[in-house]
Write a protein that binds this ligand. Structure first.
Ligand code: ZN
Length: 150
């Protein structure tokens, strides 16, 4: 299964409002939390719940349960969260480790990082559901970030 196929992302995602900010969050596969939560937080998840990702940069909540009984902030994750952390060392593309800094450098050097990432995605090398906190393909974020540099 290709995690970056748009139809697949569409088919599997549901939305529910974030209990902290009210913005709509998309459901993420349980495997995303199992991969990315540090142990002491992982020990508290309720696998019968659906978990959602809040994309709002001004909200501290990263994941919340559909029942709104649980929220997790960035400190619960093993990795920095692109949407919540504006640091240059934070990955935009998690699978292939393209940080803001590396993308910035590549664009400055007239490289085409999107083409490189797309090539790997098309070869089915990406694993967004276990690497990227949003549990889905990074390409939209990469495109938006690169556009913001121009
Ligand atoms: Zn939120």
């Amino acid at each position: 299964m290709d995690c970056c196929t748009p139809s697949n992302n569409l088919k599997t995602s549901k939305t529910t409002s974030c209990p902290s900010c009210g913005e709509k969050g998309k459901s993420v596969p349980l495997i995303t939390l199992k991969s990315l939560l540090i142990a002491s937080f992982l020990e508290t998840i309720e696998p019968d719940n659906t978990y959602y990702f809040c994309p709002n940069p001004s909200c501290n909540t990263v994941y919340f349960s559909g029942t709104h009984s649980q929220t997790f902030e960035e400190n619960a994750l093993k990795v920095s969260v692109f949407q919540k952390n504006s640091g240059m060392g934070v990955p935009v593309c998690y699978c292939f480790n393209w940080t803001r800094e590396r993308l910035f450098q590549a664009i400055s050097d007239n490289q085409r990082p999107i083409e490189q990432i797309k090539k790997h995605v098309q070869s089915n090398r990406c694993g967004c559901e276990v690497n990227n906190p949003q549990g889905a393909c990074c390409l939209g974020n990469v495109t938006t970030y690169i556009r913001s540099l121009n």
